[in-house]
Design a protein around this ligand. Structure first.
Ligand SMILES: *Cc1c(COP(=O)(O)O)cnc(C)c1O
Length: 373
């Protein structure tokens, strides 16, 4: 059996080689390597795609999150609410801004922050909520917005896994004060290196993000703020621009693949549930299985690559031990994270390969049942 990789960036490149090679060559010919027209072109195309007034290109999703917070003047003494079952960068960005991360548990169905549990986390220091559209499934933004409005909080979407997903018809990135996207190569819309972008309808947030990403400089040699070097490279912007027209068809392929998994996986797997008000971007296809560790091992022996997103919730990571959390503090996150397994998921994944993955999981269950007798 041919190995089934977790994702296949080579296959994607082969399918759009002409577009990519041309954009790379154009950048080299024009010798603008940092910001410049390729970045401006991506910013307008991505803002148009999301339906927002502004987009600001930066050099990672982490930088995008950090700048959103900084542009909203969130820092020392402030608290920001986020779920504990996300990539560490969501929490790091809050610390980089000088603020304190405050975790809030998730809904078991969607793996996203549980709006019913947010209010009890709000103190007089709370300034913002960062819902994470984890795995490509949008968080329940209407419920979150109601809470934010009542308490005067800002909302920043962590949309790093959800390019092109929709919440009640609206694109993610356009349902809050500002949003952060990552162009890390394996994301639904990926560069060939580091990259990220901020979307917002808030002119002031866009202006400050633009200033802060390049040393607070505007105009040339005039520095009104202490900023950062968070500039997006022109090559990366040109590559992402070349891929953007394909994003919707790639996401549709991901949803088709999810449907094939759903139809063919055995009942031992809890498959992802999509709330009917959203279009899932399926960055990751995450199941739950009671014997996750053994199943992962078995699939690996059968040349099927899988992942775990993530192994440990952030409140139990050593880096955040200063917050004083202990196991049991966020039971829903902790419970699901013991059973989650990410199966291969990418647009170029073929139906035949999905069926092979499902067959192996069925075989794994059968062997386990035999051992029980
Ligand atoms: C990838 C990711 C980030 C960080 O993006 P980088 O571009 O790697 O800095 C942040 N949050 C989530 C949920 C992510 O998946």
């Amino acid at each position: 059996m041919q190995p089934i990789p977790f994702l296949d960036l080579r296959a994607q490149y082969e399918s759009i080689k002409g577009d990519i090679d041309r954009s790379i060559s154009d950048v080299i010919q024009n010798t603008t390597f940092i910001l410049g027209k390729p970045v401006e072109d991506l910013e307008s195309a991505f803002a148009r795609y999301c339906g927002t007034r502004f987009a600001v290109g930066v050099n990672s999703g982490t930088a995008a999150l950090h700048l959103c917070l900084a542009a909203m003047d969130i820092g020392k003494g402030d608290e920001v609410i986020l779920p504990p079952n996300t990539f560490i960068a969501t929490a790091e960005a809050i610390v980089h801004a000088g603020a304190a991360p405050v975790f809030c548990d998730i809904e078991e169905n969607s793996y996203t922050i549980d709006p019913a549990m947010i209010e009890q986390k709000i103190t007089k220091n709370t300034k913002a909520i960062i819902p994470v559209h984890l795995y490509g499934h949008p968080a329940d933004m209407d419920a979150i917005e109601q809470i934010a409005r009542k308490h005067g909080l800002r909302i920043i979407e962590d949309a790093c896994q959800a390019h092109g997903a929709r919440y009640k018809g609206t694109r993610v990135g356009n349902i809050s004060d500002a949003a952060a996207f990552s162009f890390y190569p394996g994301k639904n819309l990926g560069a060939y290196g580091e990259g990220g972008i901020i979307t917002t309808n808030d002119e002031n947030v866009a202006r400050i993000c633009r200033l802060l990403r390049s040393h607070g400089e505007h105009p040339k040699n005039s520095h009104s703020k202490v900023g950062y070097n968070y500039r997006l490279e022109s090559l990366q912007a040109a590559i992402v621009s070349a891929k953007l027209p394909y994003l919707d068809s790639w996401n549709k392929k991901r949803r088709d693949n999810a449907r094939t998994y759903e139809k063919n996986l055995p009942r031992s797997c809890i498959t992802p549930r999509t709330n009917d008000w959203c279009a899932h971007a399926f960055h990751l296809y995450v199941i739950q299985h009671e014997r996750r560790g053994a199943l992962r091992q078995f699939l690996s022996e059968n040349n099927i690559a899988t992942g775990i997103h993530y192994e440990k919730p952030i409140h139990l990571q050593e880096a955040f031990s200063y917050l004083g959390h202990k196991p049991g503090d966020f039971p829903v996150s902790e419970h699901v994270m013991q059973n989650i397994l990410s199966l291969p998921m990418y647009p170029e994944l073929e139906e035949e390969m999905i069926l092979q993955v499902c067959e192996k999981i069925i075989l794994f269950d059968k062997r386990w049942q035999q051992q029980q007798h």
